[in-house]
Design a protein around this ligand. Structure first.
Ligand code: 5GP
Length: 189
């Protein structure tokens, strides 16, 4: 007899870089065995504090090959680099009943929701643009030009905030993590 496993849900978390998204997500993943995070592919250069756990860091040629092979659920250009969600990171896990979390931008979210209309969409926002800039400067992982670009991108992302199901204003990491965990606990029941 074959056993039927419930299909896992798709959870999207977006928000400007520097809003605290990655830290909050890491804490939430620790709290939920039922959620796995899909590792994206990118042509962006690896930062000094990153490992191959963060992304599949690909050359332009490798990324092109994956586009040609139809390996992506979606891909987009963000901050002049390409980023994409690999089908292999999502479909198998969902079929096993695992919920899959995607940390992707607003453009990617628009594409994904066409294929997965019942995905859960969460946006993590900074308290203000000024605070975001301060956090990016303190993080010290990007050049000034890159930070300026990320601020402009953040303004564009914030303009799409209404398309999300749940918005967390990240003033304090503990409170934001609790909010996300409670929300997911309800949605994944
Ligand atoms: P970062 O370079 O700071 O790691 O990420 C820059 C932006 O790219 C973030 O907004 C992040 O959510 C987005 N991003 C990361 N992976 C993907 C992906 O696979 N697809 C899309 N569309 N955006 C992604």
């Amino acid at each position: 007899m074959t056993s039927m496993t419930n299909q896992g849900k798709l959870i999207i978390v977006s928000g400007p870089s520097g809003a605290g998204k990655t830290t909050i997500i890491a804490r939430t993943l620790d709290a939920f065995n039922s959620i796995v995070c899909a590792k994206s592919a990118t042509t962006r250069k690896q930062r000094h504090n990153e490992t191959s756990d963060n992304y599949y860091f690909l050359s332009n040629e490798e990324f092109n090959q994956k586009i040609e092979n139809n390996d992506f659920l979606e891909w987009c250009i963000v901050h002049n680099n390409r980023y994409g969600t690999l089908k292999s990171e999502v479909i198998d896990q969902q079929n096993k009943g695992q919920h899959v979390l995607l940390e992707i931008d607003v453009q990617g979210t628009k594409k994904i929701q066409k294929t997965f209309p019942d995905c859960i969409k969460i946006f993590i926002a900074p308290p203000s643009i000024e605070i975001l800039k301060q956090r990016l400067l303190e993080r010290n992982t990007d050049s000034i030009e890159s930070i300026e670009g990320r601020i402009e991108e953040a303004k564009r992302e914030l303009a799409s905030i209404d398309e999300y199901d749940y918005i967390i204003e990240n003033i304090n990491l503990d409170d934001s993590t609790n909010q996300l965990n409670h929300y997911l606990m309800e949605k994944l029941k």
